[in-house]
Ligand binder design. Structure first.
Ligand code: AMP
Ligand code: MG
Length: 417
C-alpha cells in the first residue's frame, strides 16, 4: 500500500510554490485502492470506485410532464381548435394498458406513461372539457409536455464517473436507476495529533501560560468532512523522542498522519527531527501566507503532513495542501476547488513571490460582488475565520491590490464540508 514514493518531494530548500507542491502531490501520491460496497443511505460523501453505468433508461418510459390530455399531433386541425372524444385515462402508476384509439384524446396525469399512439400533451388549463369530449387550442408543438424514455440518462450511458464524491443528488440518481448500494473506496484512516507543551484539552483546567487545543477539533472536523476516519492521538509534548514514539505508533494502521504545531525550525519544533529520525522529510517551506511552515514527510509508506500551529495557518494550509492530498489518497478525481472572480473592496500590499490568502466576506454592490477584507488578519485570530466567508487569493506575482480590481475568491463552503 505504497501511497507515497520516496524522494518525491525533495527539493533544494528554497520556498516551494503552492502550485509546485500541488503538482508533486498530484504526480506522486497514489490512491488507496481497496473498495467496499455501501448502501445508498450511507454513501453520501463517499468516493465512487467504479463508473456507474445505467442498466436502464431514465425515465424508464415516455411519460407526461403535466396533467392534461394526450393525443396524436397529426389528429389536430391545423390553425383551429380541435374537439376530440376522450377514450381513456392514464395516471401515474396506472398506464392506459393499450394503444390509444386513433382520433381520440386520453385523460393523462403527470408521470403517467404516454399511451401508444399519442405524442403530445396539452395541459388541462388550456383544454375545455365538453362532456365526453375535449376542446384543444391550436398552436401546440408536436411532442409538447412529453418526456422521452431515457431523456435523463440513456441505458448503457455512464451516469456517475468513478472518483466522484457522492452528493445527495448523485444518490437520488443512483436510486432512480435502481441501485440500492454502490462501490466506494474505503475510508481513509487518519491519525491526528497536536503538539505543544502549552496545549491542553478543553474541559480540563488551564494552568497559567497554557492554551486550549483548537486545532485538533477543527482538523478532526475537516477530516471528517472529507470522509476520513480519524484516530485521535491527543496532544504530544515538545520532545522529539515522545513525538517519534507517537508518530511511529500512528504509522501503523493508518493511511495518513496529520499533526499541527512544531514544524518550524525553532528549538522547540520537534516534528521535523522526529520525522527525520523515523522516515523521510520532504520539508516544505511553502511560499504561502498564512502558513509558511508546512511539512510533508513519510514514515514508511505513510504520508505525514505537519501543519503549522497557528490555527488560521493550520486551516488555510489544510484547505490548500492537505485537502488535495487527502482527496488524491482517497481516490477522488480532480479536486481543485472553484474560484469565483469578484471585485476587491480593499487595498492590499504584499511581497511578490508568495501566495497570500486574505480572509474576506462578500457584499453586493450594484451588479458586482465585492470582497471586503476582515479587519484583523493575524495567523492566530481564529475568530477571523468564523466571521468571514472565504479567502481572497493574491497570486505570487501580485504586489498590490487596489479597490475594484478583479480577484479570485474561494468561499469556505467550496472546501469545507
Ligand atoms: P508552533 O507552530 O508550534 O510554533 O505554534 C504556533 C502558535 O500556534 C503558538 O502560539 C502555539 O501556542 C499555537 N498553537 C499550536 N498548537 C495549537 C493548537 N493545537 N491549538 C491552538 N493553538 C495552537
Ligand atoms: Mg509549538
Amino acid at each position: 500500500m505504497a501511497q507515497l514514493s520516496d524522494d518525491c518531494f525533495a527539493f533544494g530548500g528554497v520556498l516551494l510554490s503552492v502550485d509546485d507542491a500541488l503538482a508533486r502531490i498530484e504526480e506522486r501520491v497514489t490512491a488507496v485502492v481497496e473498495t467496499e460496497t455501501t448502501p445508498l443511505r450511507s454513501a453520501c460523501g463517499r468516493i465512487l470506485a467504479r463508473d456507474l453505468v445505467a442498466a436502464m433508461n431514465l425515465p424508464p418510459h415516455a411519460n407526461s410532464a403535466v396533467d392534461g390530455y394526450a393525443f396524436a399531433h397529426a389528429d389536430l386541425v391545423p390553425g383551429q381548435e380541435t374537439v376530440l372524444p376522450v377514450s381513456g385515462r392514464a395516471a401515474a402508476g396506472h398506464p392506459l394498458g393499450h394503444s390509444a384509439e386513433q382520433g381520440t384524446a386520453v385523460r393523462i396525469f403527470t408521470g403517467a406513461p404516454m399511451p401508444e399512439g399519442t405524442d403530445t400533451v396539452m395541459m388541462q388549463e388550456d383544454c375545455v372539457v365538453e362532456g365526453e369530449r375535449v376542446r384543444l387550442k391550436p398552436g401546440i408543438r408536436k411532442g409538447a409536455n412529453r418526456r422521452h424514455a431515457g431523456e435523463d440518462v440513456a441505458e448503457s450511458a455512464i451516469a456517475l464517473l468513478a472518483g466522484r464524491r457522492l452528493s445527495p443528488a448523485d444518490l437520488g440518481l443512483a436510486a432512480a436507476l435502481g441501485y440500492c448500494e454502490l462501490p466506494v473506496f474505503r475510508r481513509l484512516r487518519v491519525a491526528l495529533l497536536s503538539t505543544g507543551d502549552e496545549v491542553r484539552n478543553p474541559g480540563t483546567s488551564l494552568p497559567p501560560g497554557m492554551i486550549y487545543d483548537a486545532n485538533r477539533f477543527m482538523l478532526a472536523a475537516l477530516l471528517g468532512g472529507l470522509g476520513c476516519e480519524v484516530s485521535d492521538f491527543g496532544v504530544r509534548p515538545d520532545r522529539e523522542a515522545a513525538l517519534a514514539d507517537t508518530l511511529s505508533e500512528a504509522s501503523s494502521g493508518h493511511d495518513l498522519i496529520v499533526t499541527s504545531g512544531g514544524v518550524s525550525t525553532g528549538e522547540e519544533d520537534h516534528v521535523k527531527p522526529a520525522i527525520e529520525r523515523l522516515g523521510r522529510l520532504h520539508f516544505w517551506r511553502l511560499a504561502i501566507k498564512p502558513g509558511r511552515p508546512v511539512a510533508l514527510g513519510q514514515i514508511g509508506a505513510v504520508p505525514l503532513i505537519g501543519l503549522p500551529g497557528n490555527p488560521v495557518a493550520a486551516l488555510v494550509t489544510f484547505v490548500v495542501v492537505a485537502r488535495p492530498l487527502i482527496l488524491k489518497l482517497a481516490g477522488a478525481a480532480a479536486s481543485a476547488p472553484r474560484l469565483f472572480p469578484v471585485r476587491a473592496g480593499f487595498a492590499y500590499r504584499k511581497k511578490p513571490g508568495r501566495r497570500e490568502y486574505v480572509r474576506a466576506s462578500l457584499q453586493r454592490e450594484g451588479g458586482d460582488l465585492v470582497a471586503v477584507k476582515y479587519a484583523r488578519d493575524g495567523a492566530g485570530i481564529l475568530s477571523s475565520i468564523t466571521r468571514s466567508e472565504g479567502l481572497v487569493i493574491v497570486g505570487e506575482e501580485t504586489s498590490e491590490l487596489v479597490p475594484g480590481m478583479s480577484v479570485d475568491f474561494l468561499p469556505y463552503a467550496e472546501v469545507i464540508a
